[in-house]
Design a protein around this ligand. Structure first.
Ligand code: SAM
Ligand code: SF4
Length: 429
């Protein structure tokens, strides 16, 4: 039986798409391999959001060139955000690659597979067997809207993933119903901007409407979604979150900067004041809502004072989690064309560390308040003898117990906290 290996980096959308590709390969009779060296077919699912990710992709492509020299029958497929519309240029650079296909372009993959004599089942997507590269899990990632119409000045994603296309409500409901029937307890709905969901569909259903439909699926316990855009998040959505029990109290709401001039140059479409107001509304309607954000430091022209504005917003907002990144110029983007990357690398690094240091102290304080409290954890697996899973707030929780907890909802009393995770004991009767 032929074997495949899928290498994935980048966002949750890439992870979801790799699961779908695994589903197609499973349907063609392939089996998951443990590494590149045991595979007959390799898929690289790539990310080029920052230069550091692109470097990893290029390094792996180099490694595979060596592997193909010794195993000429190895088939190499490349997808993800490395693949742009000029795939001929990429093909010239990487002649050892057998197929380049744009993110989510499954017809291209299926067509290529059929030409190779692979009996890929086109109707079967999304449900890879849980016995290979994917550990069994009660959680599933569900793309609901592809692409992005926003063109933030620093971001390559709209150029690689194209314009927004929403999946119909009925199709998503059918898929989640089937997954719940197969034992999935939690779904995370994915999009670059989930607040845009549905604007291109007949009748313009929105994310709040979709959440209501999904909430009525009996076997499903929890619903999450990401990423929200502060310029588009509506009161209707916040009220739906507050009223629907299955929707978890956690949001990814990237602010990117605490300075209005930088936000304008980033073309984010909101001000710090609008962001603050939104967080205030969220916290008043959804008590204990946990908030994650993204921040870019060292955007072109960012002065010390403008960086201080980001630092004081972090101090004021008290986020649960921050993903901080140093600005990385991406060829073809508006910022790359119009601005000089003029903040020195050491200054970017210093600013990144300052945000991380402040956030570690804040997360430590926030999490320490959970000491002695009970949280509901959906158990996703076992690591080094300890069960682990996520609380509704998305906090990672570990506990030890002799029972079989995989896929169960456990009530855990928190005994130990750190800025990154919690540890406790089972309280279920
Ligand atoms: N759609 C989401 C949003 O509106 O923020 C996030 C998608 S983006 C691919 C993920 C994160 O990567 C962004 O939030 C941003 O912080 C970071 N990012 C994107 N482009 C970047 C760049 N050129 N340099 C540094 N970080 C970048
Ligand atoms: Fe990139 Fe902005 Fe779209 Fe997010 S909203 S994917 S940061 S362009």
């Amino acid at each position: 039986m032929p074997h495949y290996f899928i290498w994935t980096i980048g966002c949750q959308m890439n992870k979801a798409e790799s699961q779908q590709i695994a589903g197609y390969l499973d349907s063609a009779g392939y089996q998951a391999a443990a590494s590149f060296s045991n595979a007959d077919l390799v898929v690289l699912n790539t990310c080029v959001v920052r230069q550091s990710a692109e470097n990893k992709v290029l390094g792996t492509l180099g490694l595979l060139k060596g592997l193909k020299n010794t195993h000429p029958d190895l088939q190499i497929l490349v997808t993800g955000c490395l693949v742009d519309s000029d795939s001929q240029e990429l093909q010239r650079r990487f002649p050892h690659v057998d197929l380049l296909f744009k993110p989510g372009d499954y017809p291209e993959l299926i067509d290529w597979g059929h030409k190779q004599g692979m009996p890929i089942d086109q109707k079967l997507p999304r449900y890879p067997r849980n016995d290979g590269w994917m550990a069994p899990s009660p959680c599933a990632l569900i793309p609901i809207i592809q692409g992005c119409d926003n063109f933030c000045s620093y971001c390559i994603v709209p150029y690689r993933r194209g314009r927004e296309v929403s999946r119909p409500v009925g199709e998503i409901v059918c898929e989640v119903t089937e997954l719940a029937r197969r034992g999935i307890k939690e779904v995370t709905l994915l999009g670059q901007n989930v607040d845009s969901y549905g604007h291109d569909l007949p009748g313009h259903p929105d994310l709040a409407d979709l959440l209501r439909e999904l909430s009525s699926i009996d076997d499903l316990a929890r619903i999450r979604f990401l990423t929200n855009h502060p310029k588009d998040m509506s009161l209707k959505l916040i009220e739906a979150m507050a009223s629907l029990n299955k929707v978890c109290e956690h949001l990814e709401l990237p602010v990117q900067s605490g300075d209005n001039d930088i936000l304008k140059a980033m073309r984010r479409g909101y001000t710090v004041e609008r962001y603050r107001e939104l967080v205030h509304t969220l916290r008043s309607k959804i008590p204990h809502v946990s908030l994650s954000t993204d921040i870019i430091v060292g955007f072109p022209g960012e002065t010390e004072e403008q960086f201080e504005h980001s630092l004081s917003l972090v101090q004021e907002m008290r986020f649960d989690v921050i993903h901080v990144a140093a600005y990385s110029p991406r060829p073809g983007t508006i910022a790359w064309r119009e601005y000089q990357d003029n903040v020195a690398a050491e200054v970017k690094k210093e600013r990144l560390h300052k945000i991380e240091e402040l956030q570690t102290a804040i997360a430590s304080e926030i999490n320490s308040q959970l000491q002695g409290k009970e949280v509901e954890v959906l158990v996703e697996g076992k690591k080094k003898g300890k069960w682990f899973g996520r609380a509704r707030s998305n906090k990672l929780v570990f506990f030890e117990d002799a029972g079989d907890w995989l896929g169960q909802l456990a009530r855990i009393q928190i005994e130990k906290t750190s800025p990154w995770s919690l540890k406790g004991q089972v309280k279920n009767n």
